[in-house]
Design a protein around this ligand. Sequence first.
Ligand code: ASP
Length: 335
Amino acid sequence: MHNRRTFMRLAALASGGFALSSCEPSDRALTPARQKADGLQKIDGPFCLSTWRHGLAANEAAWSMLSRGGMALDAVEAGVRITEADLSNRTVGLGGMPDRKGRVTLDASIMDHDGRCGAVAALEHIDHPISVARKVMEESPHVMLVGEGAYDFALSQGFERSRIEVPVPEAAAKYRKLLEENAYEVEINAENHDTIGMLAMDRQSRMGGACTTSGLSFKMHGRVGDSPIIGAGLFIDSEVGAVTASGLGEAIIRASGSSAVLEAMRRGAHPQEACMEVLERILRKQGSEQEIQVAFIAIDAQGHYGAGSILPGFEYALQSESLAELYQAEHLKKR
Ligand code: ASP
C-alpha cells in the first residue's frame, strides 16, 4: 500500500536515517533515532498520542481508561481534561492567556470512530470546554456552538460558571505587559501556543480524538483558530485514521490541515509521511517572509503513528502498554 516515497522514508527510519543534526531535544524528549526502536512507529493494542509535554499527564489519565478496556472517546476526553484543569498552563483552559480585550476564550472539539463530532468556540467561564463539545455532539442537533450560545448550552447541560477568576494572576500580568508594549503582532512561538490534541485507539480498535486550547495569546477578540474546526484541528475517518494539529491556526485552517493529512494516509502514506507532506505544502504556500510553527500528530487504523512540525521544538507524548515517552518530532526547518 505504501508508495515509493513512503517506502524510502520507512527504510530510512528502520536504519536510523532521520536527519538528527537539526533536532534540539529537551531533557525528556526522545529523538527520532530512539523512535526506530518502536519498529516503524507502530503499536499493537491500545495507545494514545498527544501534543506537547503536557501530553504526558494527559496520556496517563487516558491510559487508565484504555488499559481497562475503556472507549477511545472517553479516554481522550478524560485525558485532555487534565490539561484543561491545570491553571499553570497558559495555552489550554482557564489558566490560558487572554485576548486583546483581556478575555479568556476557549475552543475545543471532539470526534469519534463513527464520524460523530462536536465543537465549541469562544466559550468563556467554563472549566472543561471539551466536555461541552462532547455534549454538543451527543445532545444537540449541531456540530459547533460559539460564544454566548455555547455558554448558555453548557449551563442548560448542567455545567456551572467557573469560580476561577480570569485571567489568572500570572496571565493578567503578562497581558498588562503586552498592552504596555502595544504588542499587536504576536509571534507564534513556544510561549504562546501549545494546544493539547490527543488521539487514542482502544482495545476494540476504535479511535477517538480531542483538541482543546485557549488559542493564540493576545488574539483579536472573536478570533477562532483551527482547534474547534473539524477537518482543520481534528479529523477522524475510521477507514483511515485520526489526525490533530497544533500551531498557527490560520495556516492550519487554510490548508484544511488535519483532513489533508488524513487524505494523504488514505492514499497509502504512513502517518509520518502524511504529516511531513502536508507540512511541506503549508510551508511552500506560506512563503519565507514569516516564520510559523505548525505541527501534526497522526495515527492510522492499523496502529502506525507519526508526528512532525515545521520548526524544531515540537514534542509529542506516546503511551501504550509498554511505553510512556515524550518524543522530539521530525521537523522541516532549522530556526
Ligand atoms: N492552534 C491553536 C490556535 O491557533 C494554537 C496552538 O496550537 O497553539 O488557536
